[in-house]
Design a protein around this ligand. Structure first.
Ligand code: HEM
Length: 324
């Protein structure tokens, strides 16, 4: 039975809302009545449409029949979504017209939270797949590698001065006032991406740059004055941001990299315990550990001793257990 509703009363509140709507539409040359009629026919919003659930759930397409490959691909996608959120926070800070310390520190805390989630959940990789299955399905993924995560590289670019993501061997040679294009080749990851056997640049890295190099150069130019460190300077080095910056530096450049390295240690050795070649072809045992990479976004905020011991404790433990 249809509910009988009271006739509509034109209350001041209702009239006010109608006026606001009319003003909104008239700004773009539309009229109120047509738009109200449109509302009559419009469907209700549904959860699955709003979050594009069908599309989202159609994207986990393993290349093999090994059940655990689904975990591998899905967890990479989860990580990329978190990366997307991190980049979104960085963009909001970079494009803010009159950023203040409160906005800045709150966004950094959000980034901290996303990273904590990623680090905490990395066990999904390290513990959550069968070694035997992984060792087989990985062969179908050659020569792709998480190394080719463009969002990861973009996060690096937006979080610090370009100088701090260059290989240490090139710090003195590189002139940071030069166009990014001229010093791009000194990036730590480009330097690290040499084939374990031939010493040549890996095909994984070549493919990656064919697709993204221009984007990276453009982004780095754009963030030269607007990266997280530069905003810190612009805000006059607020004290309350110092620990927060150090935290996210360590979360990305020690904790995440170590959680990730742990999964390589687990899966990229044969049953005899010998290291095997990674899909991206790097000498991963030397390349991945933070202790060797020593990427530090905010070196000015750390003591010499802290920098000297970057990532040391954890890696010593892991590498020793791996080598013994
Ligand atoms: C069992 C799981 C994993 C293993 C064994 C693994 C292994 C590796 C290896 C060996 C490298 C070095 C490049 C190469 O030679 O391929 C690498 C790089 C990388 N992987 Fe993974 N990976 C795993 C999961 C992930 C996940 C879930 C992500 C998330 C997106 C990821 C993102 C990256 C990134 C960003 C790099 C570049 C790191 C750098 O340049 O310092 N990996 N991975």
């Amino acid at each position: 039975m249809k509910n009988e509703l009271e006739p509509l009363a034109l209350t001041p509140e209702l009239v006010g809302k109608l006026q606001e709507l009319r003003d909104k539409y008239s700004l773009t040359g539309q009229d109120l009545i047509s738009n109200l009629e449109g509302l009559l026919y419009a469907n209700y919003l549904k959860y699955w449409d709003y979050i594009h659930l069908d599309t989202l759930l159609s994207l986990q397409n393993p290349k093999t029949d090994f059940a655990d490959e689904k975990i591998f691909i899905t967890y990479h996608q989860i990580t990329e979504l978190y990366f997307k959120l991190i980049l979104w926070e960085l963009e909001q800070m970079a494009t803010h017209q009159s950023i203040n310390t409160k906005f800045y520190t709150e966004r950094i805390k959000r980034i901290d939270r996303y990273l904590q989630n990623l680090i905490f959940s990395f066990d999904v990789m390290t513990e959550g797949m069968e070694y035997e299955q992984f060792r087989q399905f990985r062969m179908s993924l050659l020569p792709s590698s998480g190394f080719q995560s463009a969002q990861f590289r973009k996060i690096e670019i937006c979080m610090t001065d370009f100088a701090h993501i260059l290989a240490h061997t090139h710090h003195e040679k590189a002139d940071f006032s030069e166009p990014i294009d001229n010093i791009f080749d000194f990036l730590y990851w480009k330097q690290g991406a040499s084939d374990q056997k031939t010493g040549e640049e890996t095909i994984t890295s070549i493919h990656f740059q064919q697709k993204y190099r221009n984007d990276f150069v453009e982004l780095a130019e754009k963030y030269r004055q607007k990266n997280l460190w530069q905003i810190f300077l612009e805000l006059d080095r607020p004290k309350e941001a110092i620990e927060l910056l150090k935290n996210i530096d360590a979360l990305i450049n020690i904790d995440w990299r170590l959680a990730h390295f742990k999964s390589a240690v687990k899966y990229l050795k044969n049953p005899k315990g010998e290291a095997v070649e990674a899909t991206g072809g790097t000498n991963w045992q030397k390349y991945l550990p933070p202790r060797f990479q020593k990427i530090i976004f905010y070196p000015e905020l750390w003591t010499s001793e802290e920098k000297e011991n970057w990532g040391k404790k954890w890696v010593e433990k892991t590498i020793n257990s791996f080598e013994n």
